[in-house]
Design a protein around this ligand. Structure first.
Ligand code: SOE
Length: 411
């Protein structure tokens, strides 16, 4: 049982749905833009008990945050997150900042009586994540909800894959194989943005991409990882310092040519064992030339297998091993039917969805959780479980604990 499944069974009586749900979002870069789309669209697609409003957005640069507010449709702009948290028209605080401020903002928001949505990874350390879980559990007693933003759970095909596994179509699981490959750091001249600095991001590809695939593995299997063995590497040790405005994952570099040390991993490769004994393998890298946002997974069980590729996110491959061998094999399920998760509210069958819809679904699930008092999933406890796996990966890699060097011909 994952942490959120345990807490679902302990949920109390549903609260009365709130009369207003104003969102206050901290951060306005890539994730801020993605979450803005989610909040702006959700009430126009799904029938919700209460439609959220885009009350205020916050960032330190007054001109840039005002521009972001205008572009994305936020009613007000703030430059101090404490002022945003204190606003009476804000009931949900949505944290889209680098990991080093997640804990501080989430703790203040929960203490101020707000619901919280926090981007992944939940925090930069296990200790911070533990504190956030304690605060979220106390706040749950006051009817507040706290959710971590593992948006890929909200791809309809992933959500449907979980249903197939839960209903036993794969039987006992044997293998979970997940890779998440990007290539925006292949260029050694790519700037040293916050995602490459430990003090801001906590870790590199591990926390940025590894957090997603660890969460997906545990979510889909419905059980936690109980041990890992890992290697991590930083291939490019120094990069140009950023100088200008950030654009997506990049930024301008400084005119003086200054360079700084990369303090996080470029890639992490690890194996793991799930509670049931199933074996898992993971690869998270921002150094896979030609791979832009390639998240792929395959799960093999005693009765069948499932495979998914984020670059074809409306599809799921399914093999039913109980069928007669001559006619069995992987078949493509087009996950665009109204009966599939989230799709009753969208287009007629066959009309595809994309990356941004995961943020709409995330907003829908959070609003439903607030209104019904059930969930929300993934909880901060799920975020902490992922954080513990990330810490174990770093620990294993640092110790070279079970890594056995292979003698080379020249040794
Ligand atoms: C950058 O690697 C990034 O934007 C991640 O931070 C996101 O979590 C992922 O969804 C896409 O890639």
């Amino acid at each position: 049982m994952t942490p959120s499944e345990a807490s679902e069974t302990a949920a109390g009586a549903p609260p009365a749905p709130p009369s207003a749900l104003g969102v206050g979002m901290v951060g306005y870069a890539f994730m801020g833009a993605a979450h803005s789309q989610g909040w702006r669209t959700v009430g126009h697609v799904f029938d919700l008990p209460v439609r959220p409003t885009l009350a205020a957005i916050c960032g330190r640069d007054a001109t840039a945050v005002r521009a972001a507010a205008d572009r994305h449709g936020w009613a007000a702009a703030e430059t101090d997150w404490r002022a945003l948290v204190a606003r009476d028209d804000v009931q949900i605080v949505d944290i889209c900042t680098p990991g080093d401020s997640h804990a501080e903002i989430a703790l203040a928001a929960l203490a101020a009586g707000k619901h919280v949505l926090c981007e992944k990874p939940l925090a930069n350390s296990v200790a911070e994540a533990e504190e956030m879980v304690r605060a979220a559990e106390e706040a749950a007693g006051r009817g507040q909800v706290a959710m971590v933003g593992f948006n890929y759970r909200r791809v309809p095909a992933i959500s449907y894959a979980r249903k197939l596994i839960e209903s036993g179509r794969l039987g006992e699981l044997r293998h979970v194989r997940v890779t998440y490959l990007q290539d925006w750091l292949v260029d050694p001249e790519a700037p040293l943005t916050w995602r490459l600095r430990k003090e801001h991001a906590g870790s590199g590809a591990l926390g940025d991409l590894g957090a997603h695939i660890v969460d997906l593995a545990q979510f889909l299997a419905g059980e936690p990882l109980v041990g890992v063995s890992a290697l991590v590497e930083t291939f490019v040790k120094e990069r140009p310092l950023p100088g200008g405005a950030a654009a997506g994952l990049s930024a301008d570099t400084r005119a003086d040519g200054g360079r700084g040390a990369v303090t996080v991993d470029d890639a992490a490769v690890f194996t793991g064992r799930l509670a049931s004994g199933a074996l898992a393998t993971f690869e998270a890298t921002r150094m896979a030339a030609g791979r832009k946002n390639a998240l792929r997974l395959e799960i093999n069980g005693e009765r069948g297998s499932l495979a998914f590729d984020l670059e074809r996110l409306n599809e799921l491959s399914f093999h039913d091993h109980t069928e007669p061998a001559p006619s069995s094999g992987f078949r493509r399920i087009l996950v665009t039917e109204p009966e599939h998760p989230y799709l009753e509210a969208w287009w007629p069958a066959g009309h595809a969805l994309g990356y941004e819809h995961t943020f709409v679904h995330q907003a829908r699930d959070l609003v439903e959780a607030i209104a019904t008092g059930t969930g929300p999933v993934p909880t901060f406890a799920d975020g902490l479980q992922v954080q513990r796996v990330l810490a174990a990966v770093e620990d294993s890699a640092a110790k070279n604990a079970v890594y056995t060097p292979v003698p080379q011909p020249t040794d």
